[in-house]
Design a protein around this ligand. Sequence first.
Ligand code: GLC
Length: 578
Amino acid sequence: MQIRTLFCFLALAFAGCTGQPAPADKPSPAPDREWWKEIIVYQIYPRSFKDTDGDGVGDLKGIIEKLDYVKSLGVDAVWLNPIYSSPNDDNGYDVSDYRNIMQDFGTMDDFDEMLKGMHQRGIKLIMDVVVNHSSDEHEWFRQSRSSRDNPYRDYYHWWPAEKGKPPYRYSLFDPKGDAWKYDSMTNAYYLHYFSQKQPDLNWENPKVRQEVYDIMKFWADKGVDGFRLDAFQFVAKDTIFPSFPEGFEKNFVEYYAMQGNLHEYLREMNREVFSHYDVMSVAEGAGRNFEDAHRLVDEDRHELNMAYAFEGVDIAKPGGYTLAHFKEVFTRWDSAFANNGWLSIFLANHDQARLVSRFGNDSPAFRIPSAKLLNTFILSMRGTPYCYYGDELGMTNIGFEKIEQYRDISAINGYKKVKNEGGDVEQYLKDLRFGSRDNGRTPMQWDSSEQAGFTSGPPWLPVNANYRQVNVEAENKDPASVLNHFRKMVQLRKQHPALVYGKYQLLQPEHPTVYAYTRSLGDEELLVLLNFSDKKSGLALADVATIGEVLINNYGTVEMDKDAVRLEPYQALVFSLK
Ligand code: GLC
């Protein structure tokens, strides 16, 4: 095995690589160094972060109050889930006014103060743009549904009932799985890929696109630093609505993603919005394959900055996952984007259960080391890391037992659907306990006081019972906490450009329990060893002599002799190589 793989990746950026070093005082500008590649994104689900007015729902003032905490993590940007006016059928992903703040969250003044507070601390803000659909309570939809000749009619997709039933389309959140909803007001069906209260906007209508660009400019003019485009891979549709083969819904992404003129719309958005501001852009979902993903983000295409692909986060299933699969997926994606395009790296977000419960081991014995290991992974891979609030503490799934405990429309309507179809509701509940989105949305655990310091009222979703041990206050004080490990790992990434830009090389792909890889840039090479098991694991190293300093270790010691390293359960190590 060869650990040492010297590699000149950014020849221009890092002098010494080319054999023709740039003058020391004048480093050559690197064409592919970008701020959005170097940032670490911290995702805040505002509903659950910090409540200041006692209504049990987080708010912008709460975020303002906690900005010093966010800063203390060392992260560079916040991605905020939607904060616009919304009737909250899907917690803000159903927008009724794109230029206003949801009442529960506060006011535009609060927003301005929050943005200012972030910028004062050197933190960028990425806004969530939800424009595959709006709320059915948006003025556009009120108009659109009011008559067939209303000027807003073509802002949405309508199918006149006299043509019969429209060809079946699958809805992710509908209790019957049907994406067409009959509306008696004009005797027509409207399309909703998500809930009935989330009608799909008609992107084939240039007026809709212009409205969206104007909205984005409104926020960019306020000074936001980036946009995350929600469900964007689904926006373009064949408005003839051809029939899809029976059973297509089992594989609906193949039929829904990257259709029609989607890339032209993105180039248009780039021309109209992105090119006028210093903003980053990312869309949720990267299509059906690498080709789709590259078409979104390759630099010469002028569409988006980075892909946010699901194959990695989708690996964890209720029955577990294999490390072989995990390594294979992340290695395949890395190599597909090694030379062109850029990826997001994440294992959790607001649509997933908790990081440590899905990918690690949340038992009392292993929660701490496995949460640290997972954060080490995210922060040592190539791509822009996205870290979800609470995962820096090792927060765990709450594991509701009954459907009445859930608040998430996808869980509630999914349950109804299984019941309607005579399916196995017990199995469904079991799967929810593992994978439900509400697991990842319980309130942030700030301290050991009532409701974990999140609110003085009854929280919209219960606080996890483990908050007395797992909370910011306790973990701040403990040098060996998951939180302090996270901070160290953030600093390590900042100190070592190899962790951002360096070549990734998988070592010992067949090792059953250890994920080992190097990251190398110029004359620096780092070795990452992650034991993804609850047993000790040995790893033979032919070239131990090259091992230098231990840069990160989630245990106090390293067991190593001349040709092997022995890792403790879930031990995570980063070494420099000589
Ligand atoms: C995206 C969001 C998810 C939301 C859905 C509909 O997948 O991440 O939270 O429910 O779109 O907007």
